[in-house]
Design a protein around this ligand. Sequence first.
Ligand SMILES: Cc1ncc(COP(=O)(O)O)c(C=O)c1O
Length: 383
Amino acid sequence: MNIPITRPYLDEREQELVAEVIASGWVTQGPRVEEFEQTFAAYVGAAHAVAVTSCTTALHLALLALGIGSGDEVIVPSMTFIATANAILHARATPVLVEVDPRTYNIDPQSAEDAITPRTKAIMPVHQIGMPADMAALLDIGARRGLKVIEDAACAVGSEIDLGDGWERVGRPRGDLACFSFHPRKLITTGEGGMLTCSDERTASRLRRLRHHGMSVSDRARHSSDRVVAEEYVEVAFNYRMTGMQAAMGLGQMEKLAGLVEARRRLAARYTEHLADIEALTLPFRPRYARSNYQSYCVRLAPDAPCSRDELMQKLLDRGISTRRGIMTIHREPAYADIRPRLELPISERASDETLLIPLYPQMTTSEQDAVIRALTGRLSVV
Ligand SMILES: Cc1ncc(COP(=O)(O)O)c(C=O)c1O
């Protein structure tokens, strides 16, 4: 048996859509990119969506579009994928790494507020492995303290949040901008790829310019014009353009998204039902305002469990079951040794060391899931 941690859900539909783009010759920034942006914006309930090459580049552009740069501080949880803080450094700002809530693994609003200094310009909450962060508290801090809020929604397409007006999708957005990833570990994939969502036209057009070398006209506008268009380069910018093939793949994925979210939630509920009696395991906590898309299913091992987290991962791998360590902490990585020296964040460190992600993907069969449940129960239940 070989049970992977996850598996992208792609079929003939994506092949067909990508083949159409190749045949059309519009292989970058053509109609499919715009269509993907519009479909994505409509799905999350945002006025605008801008497609880019990854969530890392989306986060970078989000910071630039909000005028955040050298000398500015951005508050971010340490317990997240390293790209979140890297993007802040790419923008020449300083990441200020703070604690998470030990139950949700999302940024702790109090820890974020305590870290505010006169240089703080933004808070960057992460909707950790699909579980929405406490946006009501974070937006309140942002409003009271005059800070921008940029959502790292890399893993959160299809997740929902209730801010008092009923359920809405992450990405609407409630903060200034939200950034998504289409890496194959996410619910939908374009191989590599990312998307920003926002509510105002000015920000969206600035983002479009920043992804396209700072050019004053889009490729599409230039190609469809019956007059000679002389473009201008109004600012120093980047090539963060999504290709037409990626966008076509994304459109195929959007057709499947509702079903993918539903399948993941069903599998997660089944894990919760069958693993609930294992005392050594803490299962995902769901705050009342959040509905996860279960991009990952994260379990936490008690310190007095019959084996260590790493031994458990090895035992599972010996039975053909892949797992991954829980979410990393950035401040303990060598790359950040000089940037955040001697920083200690005990809540994040313990959470990171005691958690693991277990296999979850929409195609997972009942017998595959039962094998994971049996392996965990067999290894952890005290008889
Ligand atoms: C929370 C978070 N932020 C950012 C990223 C970076 O996304 P990408 O690989 O699309 O740049 C990831 C990717 O795993 C992530 O999990």
